[in-house]
Write a protein that binds this ligand. Structure first.
Ligand SMILES: *Cc1c(COP(=O)(O)O)cnc(C)c1O
Length: 401
């Protein structure tokens, strides 16, 4: 089947049967305003110049494509290359999107910025760009996550933003997202909502994908330069799916490249205690879009389990659901223990400490390297650095400071 990726999403915001805009009437107008503004701005020279200048001077792009020699020797199979999104300002890919969306807010004349955050990484990336433009910023965060991620909470406050703990539901990311949507409904006139992944109602999945696609575009050039052809596989972890979508999107019509998303298997898919809706979920509607979702027989959203806060989400971006159904991308899961083992392996062999989210992508090398040989090239998208996870890892390893 030949697919033209430029036709997705369609004008209603659908990728096949996924996506759309399932929101209250009051938000319809705001989403349409955003869609119109984005369509008008995105291809103008002025907007592109501003966006790429910020990516270069503030974020530090392009990020390197790094040859992981010792990891390659360890697996004795394909050459392993690392796309170093961990080297971006604030330590992850999330800033690619917030730098772009804050420009949209500026052009729309919005003075107040809101965002949801799970582990706090998107909250930090949002507070960072809001500080830079001197805009009022409010971050919604599950009360459980506020406790678990106190360092990021303080970091957000140092950047001048307000943190609002959310007590409803399981007091985690999905509840923070609900609360941010509620704020937006109330304050839609002066407020811009920066969503942190390729989730939520149209046009967000498209906008967040486009801003993160700088990663995939750089990879096309860097692959040519470093090994003279396109990679055999790109591997990325999938929470909501923004780092994966950014790396995958420019490759959708490059058929020789396998696109592999790795979800959080938690205690193991077979236990039901995980955060892997593409591996073990059903289509449903959450946060304004239709996509694969972890739900029970009554359609209630199930609790998730993952050692990695950034992957601990019951839904996934609609474009991934579509790529799964049409067979263009593959989605696998690795469990907590496999991710932790990969975290240690990569840190020891390469001197690069990946985020626990990213460690899930590395953990798939065990299986993938058996399907490749020495002439192959695999790219791992290193979505972020692991400094934020040191306390979690230390606790699991039974180390006290
Ligand atoms: C937030 C985060 C993720 C998960 O989000 P996606 O939208 O799936 O990319 C992955 N890695 C890091 C380092 C993150 O901060």
């Amino acid at each position: 089947m030949s697919i033209n990726k430029d036709n997705f999403p369609n004008t209603e915001g659908f990728f096949g049967e996924y996506g759309g805009k399932f929101v209250p009437e009051t938000l319809m107008f705001a989403l349409e305003e955003l869609e119109t503004t984005y369509a008008k701005l995105k291809d103008t020279d002025e907007f592109k110049k501003e966006f790429y200048a910020d990516l270069s001077n503030f974020v530090g792009r392009p990020s390197p494509l790094y040859y992981a020699q010792r990891l390659t020797e360890h697996f004795k199979s394909a050459n392993i290359w690392l796309k170093r999104e961990d080297l971006n300002h604030t330590g992850a890919h999330k800033i690619n999107n917030t730098v772009g969306q804050i420009l949209l807010a500026k052009h729309m004349g919005k003075k107040r910025i809101i965002a949801e955050t799970g582990a706090g990484q998107h909250g930090v990336a949002t507070a960072t760009v809001a500080a830079r433009l001197g805009l009022e910023c409010h971050i919604y965060m599950g009360a459980e996550d506020v406790k678990r991620q106190s360092l990021n909470v303080y970091r957000i406050k140092l950047l001048g933003a307000h943190v609002h703990p959310v007590d409803s539901g399981t007091a985690t990311l999905k509840d923070a997202l609900n609360e941010a949507l509620r704020d937006w409904v109330t304050n839609v006139d002066d407020t811009y909502y920066i969503i942190g992944s390729v989730t939520g109602p149209h046009p967000y999945p498209m906008i967040v994908r486009d801003f993160n696609s700088v990663v995939g575009h750089e990879l096309i050039d860097q692959s040519k330069k470093n090994f003279g052809r396109m990679p055999d596989a790109i591997v990325a972890c999938v929470g909501g799916g923004s780092n994966a979508m950014g790396a995958f999107y420019p490759f959708i019509d490059i058929k020789e490249t396998r696109l592999i998303g790795v979800e959080a298997g938690g205690n193991g898919i077979e236990t039901g205690e995980h955060a892997a809706p593409l591996n073990d979920g059903e289509p449903g509607v959450l946060h304004g879009a239709r996509s694969y979702l972890m739900q029970d027989d009554l359609g209630q959203v199930k609790d998730t389990k993952s050692v990695s806060a950034g992957l601990d989400y019951p839904g996934v971006g609609p474009e991934h659901s579509w790529l799964k159904d049409i067979g263009r991308a593959e989605y696998v899961a690795v469990n907590d223990q496999e991710a932790l083992d990969a975290f240690h392996l990569v840190t020891e062999l390469e001197g690069i400490m990946p985020a626990l989210e990213t460690a899930h992508a590395f953990a798939h090398l065990d299986a993938l390297s058996t399907q490749m040989d020495e002439s192959s090239n695999i790219i791992i998208n290193v979505s972020g650095r692991g400094d934020k996870d040191i306390n979690t890892v230390a606790e699991i390893d039974g180390i006290e400071f």
